[in-house]
Design a protein around this ligand. Sequence first.
Ligand code: DLL
Length: 432
Amino acid sequence: MIWDRRNECLGREEIDQLQLERLQSALNRVYRNVSFYKKRFDRLGILPDEIQTLQDLAQFPLTLKEDLRESYPYGMFALPLREVVRIHSSSGVTGKPTVTGYTKNDLHHWSQLTARVLSAGGVTKDDVVQITFKYGLFTGAFGLHQGAELIGASVIPMSTGNTRKQVVIMQDYKTTALISTPSYALLLARHMEKEKIDPKSLSLKLGLFGAEPCPESMRREIEERLFITATDNYGVSEVMGPGVSAECEQRNGLHLNEDHFIPEIIDPVTGDVLPEGSKGELVFTAVQREAMPLIRYRTRDMTTLRKERCGCGRTLIRMDKIYGRSDDMLIIGGVNVFPSQIESVLMEIEGVEPHYQLVVDREENLDTLTIMVELGEQTFSDEVKKLQGLEKKISKNIKEFLGVSAKVQLVEPKTIARSEGKAKRVIDNRKY
Ligand code: DLL
């Protein structure tokens, strides 16, 4: 089912015209109202009015996550706070998170966009939707919740954790659609297997998965173990949250809501715009946002855009599943983590040296993180009990500050290889 046939099935010329008009308006709004953009454009001598074609967008500078951090919390807002009715933030607690704000109109658009995502994934008003994303600053739960209500589905705002209860609710409330990270879906499957609960005895039909990569092998495993149809959906909190793009029943790429987000693919090294069909880094200009329009925001996600028509009837451009990242951000069980954040947690702990290595693996399709932490000579000679206490403390702090579970392995002084150049902090053994 196509939620918004008028906007999801526009002709290419209509899309281009709509994007150009909205782009001109967004550039003018940020130039007038966001000092960060005014200063930048003035420095480069470019005026928003000069934009004549969509290709002219490439003259404008890229916006980085760091720019948002430096404008923390409200520096990127294009409207006074009294117009902002909702505030969310990106995951990750240490360091400055990035903040994103929504006006009433932004929330209205957001619900429309997540309703598109949910409809593409097969959700209708007859579904009972269980949302297992965390309700809070993270955009995932509220964003998809609003869209599901707009469709008229029955929404269960379960939030994260308590896997046993999640399954009981699923049984009792007759959940038909699961909204989660793909890795959590596998955790649920594993739990049911252990508890000898037959997934076929549930009412579950659909799984809409996002917030982290879901490679084909993982999709297949989820579908086989839970007896559901699984679709992938993608979003970035700074740009909006979920609602940016999603697979339809054809499952050959994610339809990108181009009437709200103008996508470009750039070479992550040179920043040059690459031709259609190239693999590169995804950049978005959020033209419809009122509270926080973003110009050429670098997502650091690697993909390819394709304009060929899809069998479902939607004309929106499609992006391939995310291939990986152009920076060192890791997504572990749906939580975004930068090695630098782990480092700052470690450095707060006495006796720990600034030498560590992160080993990321996938065991039975679930992400695992092991942090190898090097000890100073003094600490290393401590008794076993003390060392065990230290291991626990590191693990607890990582969970508390970053929201990820990690196994901590303490290692002898000088065992982690030193590097002359950039230290190799991460060994990612997962295959996408
Ligand atoms: O993860 C928004 C979201 C919530 C999307 C729920 C879908 C469902 P952030 O926390 O800002 O926002 O993380 C954004 O997560 O740049 C990608 O690297 C990654 N990501 C999100 N969805 C996918 C996906 C939300 N379907 C970052 N496939 C992005 C691969 C994804 N990576």
